[in-house]
Write a protein that binds this ligand. Structure first.
Ligand SMILES: [Zn+2]
Length: 315
């Protein structure tokens, strides 16, 4: 600011120099939904309508704060005031962008509590090919991202999950405070507590399953550990088509009984396993099953191991 010239805001009667920035806000005006968004305030110095409002106050005892746009702040040539105005607006923008990201991550958790979304992610291979070869899915990826990544990683995950949800025609429901915990529990049942010896009810039974609590262990035992890979020889007990399980592709339920009489089930939405001659693997076939244990559940009173990402080969 030129020392000899009077401060422009002082000359305009807005107060006594020196001036300081006491606030910043974005004022928008929209006549109705769908109408263009307009500036929602007017500059006390030039009367132009402004959206980015800088609140400024002089140092006089009776000075009141007044609002100006960035152009008028610039016009004063008051370097200190200009710098503080820039800081105020960038702090405001950073806070707004932080808030937007936080609410996007909250919506992400909400989407991840929804069965159809998680099932779709389960059907997509892990983005890293070696993890995909191990049978890991987008659910494993999402779980890792939620636990280990910062805001940037979570935003990336949010954009992936939003696309999946859009593809399924799913609108996120209202965000609930408990969604974060439910989503994490839903995605990663192997963490934190290991499965208890006492039977645990599945909270959300999959279609085609009946979940019944039982405290009399049936002959079937659970196979492997939840979260781990298993391989065993078995007989295909049944192949059942589950219609409408996922809206855009058919899902086949494969039921296996291993050599010790233990039951396992696998919902396959991917390519159907085939015999070397190209025919589909069917009921009664003796097969080698390699897959990941998704859960230990009950079906009609018997222990049943739910598998995911299976390779099934004729023996
Ligand atoms: Zn102005």
């Amino acid at each position: 600011m030129n020392d000899t010239a009077q401060h422009k805001f002082e000359a305009a009667g807005l107060g006594k120099a020196p001036f300081r920035v006491v606030g910043f806000e974005v004022k928008k005006f929209q006549a109705c939904q769908g109408a263009p968004i307009q500036a929602g305030a007017s500059c006390d110095f030039c009367a132009t309508s402004i959206m980015n409002v800088y609140w400024v106050k002089g140092s006089g005892l009776n000075d009141n704060r007044f609002k100006v746009g960035c152009d008028c702040v610039e016009k004063t040539g008051d370097r200190g005031l200009i710098r503080r105005a820039k800081n105020a607006s960038s702090e405001h923008k950073a806070a707004a962008s932080r808030a937007a990201k936080e609410s996007r991550v909250k919506r992400l958790y909400t989407l991840l509590t929804m069965d159809a979304v998680v099932e779709a992610l389960e059907g997509d291979p892990h983005p890293m090919s070696w993890r995909a070869d191990e049978g890991d899915t987008r659910v494993d990826w999402a779980t890792w991202m939620l636990r280990h990544s910062g805001m940037a990683g979570k935003t990336k995950l949010a954009s992936y999950v939003e696309k999946v949800a859009n593809g399924l025609g799913i609108k996120p429901r209202k965000v609930d405070e408990g969604d974060e915990d439910s989503a994490l529990a839903r995605l990663d049942p192997r963490d934190p507590a290991p499965k208890a010896e006492t039977p645990v009810l599945l909270s959300d039974p999959e279609p085609g399953f009946e979940t019944e609590p039982t405290f009399e262990p049936a002959e079937s035992e659970w196979i492997g550990t939840v979260g781990n890979r298993v391989s065993f020889s078995a007989t295909v007990e049944a192949t059942i088509e589950c219609e409408g399980f996922r809206p855009y592709q058919s899902t086949m339920l494969y039921k296996f009984v291993d050599d010790d009489g233990n039951q396992a089930a696998w919902f396959n939405s991917g390519r159907a396993p085939r015999r070397p001659d190209g025919e589909l693997i069917e009921e009664g076939d003796r097969v080698m099953v390699i897959g990941r244990v998704k859960d230990h559940t009950f079906y009609r009173g018997a222990r049943q191991t739910t598998l995911t990402r299976c390779k099934v080969e004729l023996m």
